[in-house]
Design a protein around this ligand. Sequence first.
Ligand code: NPW
Ligand code: ADP
Ligand code: K
Length: 513
Amino acid sequence: MFILNSHQIAAADQATINSNNISSIDLMEHAAKQCFNWLHNQLQNQNIKIHVFCGIGNNGGDGLVIARYLYENGYNITCYIVNFSEKRTKEFLVNYNRLKEIGKWPTIINSENDFPEVAFEDIVIDTIFGNGLTRSPEGFTKELINYLNSIKAFTLAIDLPSGLFTDTSVIDKETVLKASHVLTFQTPKLAFLLPENSDFFETWEVLDIGLDSNFIKSLNPTLNYTIKSEILQLYKPRKKWSHKGTFGHALIIGGSFGKIGAVTLATKAALKIGSGLVSAYLPKCGYPVLQIAVPEAMVEVDNDTSLEYFNFKTNATVIGIGPGMGTVEKTANGFERFIKENKLPLVIDADAINLLSQNKSLLNFLPKNTVLTPHPKELERLIGTWKNDFERLEKTTDFSKKHDLIMVIKGAHTVIIDSTSKYFNSTGNPALATAGSGDVLTGIITGLIAQGYEPINAAIFGVYLHGKTADIAISETSYETFTASSILKYLPNALLDLFNKDDNLIENNKSDI
Ligand SMILES: NC(=O)C1=CN([C@@H]2O[C@H](COP(=O)(O)OP(=O)(O)OC[C@H]3O[C@@H](n4cnc5c(N)ncnc54)[C@H](OP(=O)(O)O)[C@@H]3O)[C@@H](O)[C@H]2O)[C@@H](O)CC1
Ligand SMILES: Nc1ncnc2c1ncn2[C@@H]1O[C@H](COP(=O)(O)OP(=O)(O)O)[C@@H](O)[C@H]1O
Ligand SMILES: [K+]
């Protein structure tokens, strides 16, 4: 699913009006009606006090439409206009008049003296600012946001929590209205996917308001939020006459005394995801462990307790390197020789990333489309610090372009970056915040490349499946008891789930325009 920036959304809005012969008033009516339907479905006419706070732009216009439906359906509601400017939009004014026509005059808020009593048990609907926010809210609008935040009532934000910018960083955290849930129009917003904004909303979902999909495609958006229907298209079905040679040979390199588990997990994962053959190359001390833990794998060994020689004979299709490897000097020297001589596709993780950070000249020897899977700390060692999460994305893109690499920045919404695009993952939960979870991911991506998946697709697909295991598991286990081995246990379910026709945000909310 494409993620559009604020200009692209506004352009898609206009293009839809032009090409679908729908008026902007009707588009607003349709979008806001979906928000009302969502709320009505949750509330089922319960007598809960609802406060709708409207700005003076089209986000406020949405609020006026929602307010009208709430009144018409007998809800206990008050609608307010947050009067921060005289620049009312046409759509706002039309819907303002429609409210008046049914005898419901909104209350105007001109200053702090006009703030209403809101109780913790009430519901707040936030339509003060949406996609048209151009600067941080100030004055009494900022005070209102703080006042509402202090009450902590359930807050439903429409399109965006007011004060949150779609594509740039929030400067003053006191200027964003904290949402319990966001109903956002047409596309996820980049702001929802970045950790720095985690305080501003709990959950969000996309409502398909029927913006022109051909026009959206023609914009060639570079940001994506990968959902199941797209992942399914990446899947390579197996042919009847295929054999183990068809599915490649993954070689996992890593481990050191005390960290043999990391390479073991990665090896198991490469096997479990379907690599035809899997080998591991590790220090001698890990030999019995690996052979017993993964009898299907072949094993070659290096020095006693850490890697030094990198003189394996395995003729692999792809190498995943780094889990548990350590960074001692002899490993660093051996790694340097290996990188300078290697011609095979690579997946680089953990200590192998740290060694690259220590010796950046090695980046020039990496094959095109090598996949690197740093968590944020490893990324920082590699590319330096960033001012905010938006800058982190841009710096990583520049790095990816400069060295022809595929970067997988791990986190709650892992993002896969190549020279042209960014793919945000839609699966996963905090159950994955557990030791060894990244090692399993390395094995999965390596195992997919072994089977012939393009590195970029292997990264997108692998990250999706990895996250999906935790989403499936959580219905029958707990966050705490899920371990890296549980990822392997649920990998079959994650694969099978691709063929279940269900979910997915936008597919649940088909437009009836
Ligand atoms: N796109 C779609 O498909 C559809 C969109 N729809 C809805 O439209 C919403 C976008 O509407 P919008 O463009 O009118 O912007 P919105 O956020 O209401 O307010 C902008 C106003 O606020 C002002 N302003 C900005 N920052 C300010 C500040 N800090 N302090 C004070 N003022 C500030 C700004 O003025 P200016 O910056 O020019 O001074 C302008 O007057 C979108 O989020 C969605 O809810 C739906 O109806 C259906 C279809
Ligand atoms: N809160 C979370 N939500 C979703 N995924 C998460 C979360 N926390 C961690 N993960 C995932 O778990 C993995 C952790 O990797 P990493 O930090 O390398 O762990 P380790 O070094 O222990 O193997 C990454 O794939 C990351 O995206
Ligand atoms: K809003």
